[in-house]
Design a protein around this ligand. Structure first.
Ligand code: FMN
Length: 270
């Protein structure tokens, strides 16, 4: 059974819900799909306090005792994840941003490699692309964003037939892309930025073993420090991207080492 988790960033059942429900209906025409909705407005997910305990010591050190771990489990057991948010002040809603903040540790320790993600954004007029781009940061948590995005300025009803048709076509296409992506066992090669992100993390976390033990252990356990490893999971990587990424990683490594030397020399002077 294919499972989709729709994460709803709006505080109401309005336009993004309408779009997501249309996607659900279209996907169900294509095959067996189970839809589960996570309404962030109802979730027990407190606002990040900024202590950075999750980055440094591991997410289990987060002082907030709420549904964060359960939500992570729900995401991991889905094959497809929809991030649905209206545009608020030219960005995603605070509810959705808080979800990303609370899962920011997954940007250090990516894990959602099996999940195909679709971004759904609705607006009154402006800010769809900015919001979609900000939501696309989930790619660095491991999500496969090949299903792409759907974004619409939703005019007040009643809609003209052309407007109605536009919503139909866009949601149907998005549903097909997500469905097909969920059928695929493989994932596309990482982009240039994704390739650089891996190599830079590899260099930075190895050099910062003392300062970032949780990141170090996570990478070490998975064999991700092996220089022959080109990305988190075994996918073909563009050799030119990898060459440039290794150059960027070397620069980061030199910078970290130079900083550590400067700090120990300054400590010795005292
Ligand atoms: C606080 C707030 C801020 C908004 N800011 C924008 C904005 O910057 N750009 C825009 O086009 N629409 C903006 N809107 C309109 C919503 O994005 C739009 O109505 C959206 O379709 C609502 O989705 P929903 O019904 O799922 O909540 C805003 C709405 C609210 C309530």
């Amino acid at each position: 059974m294919r499972r989709v988790l729709a994460i709803m960033g709006s505080p109401r059942k309005g336009d993004t819900w309408h779009l997501t429900q249309r996607i659900e209906a279209e996907m169900k025409l294509l095959g067996d799909v189970q839809f589960d909705y996570l309404w962030l407005r109802d979730a027990d997910l407190a606002t990040c306090r900024g202590c950075c305990a999750c980055f440094l010591g591991g997410e289990e050190r987060c002082p907030l005792d709420d549904d964060r771990a359960e939500i992570e489990g729900r995401i991991l057991s889905a094959n497809g994840v929809i991030f649905a948010s209206p545009v608020y002040a030219l960005g995603m809603t605070a509810l959705m941003k808080n979800l990303l903040d609370r899962f920011a540790y997954a940007l250090h320790r990516p894990r959602f490699f099996e999940q195909k993600a679709l971004i759904v954004v609705s607006a009154g007029a402006a800010g769809v692309k900015m919001t979609q781009d900000a939501l696309a940061s989930v790619r660095y948590m491991g999500f496969d964003l090949s299903p792409g995005r759907v974004g619409l300025a939703m005019l007040p009803k009643p809609w003209t037939r052309a407007e109605e048709r536009q919503v139909e076509v866009r949601t149907r296409n998005a549903a097909r892309r997500l469905f097909r992506a969920m059928e695929r066992k493989t994932r596309p090669a990482p982009s240039f930025m994704e390739t650089c992100y891996f190599r830079v993390q590899q260099a930075a976390f190895q050099a910062n073993r003392e300062e970032q033990p949780a990141d170090y252990e996570y990478f070490a356990e998975r064999g991700w420090f092996n220089p022959a490893r080109k990305w988190y999971v075994d996918v073909p990587v563009n050799p030119l991207y990898d060459l440039i990424a290794r150059g960027a990683a070397s620069a980061v490594r030199r910078q970290v080492v130079a900083r550590q030397r400067a700090l120990s020399a300054e400590a010795g002077e005292k």
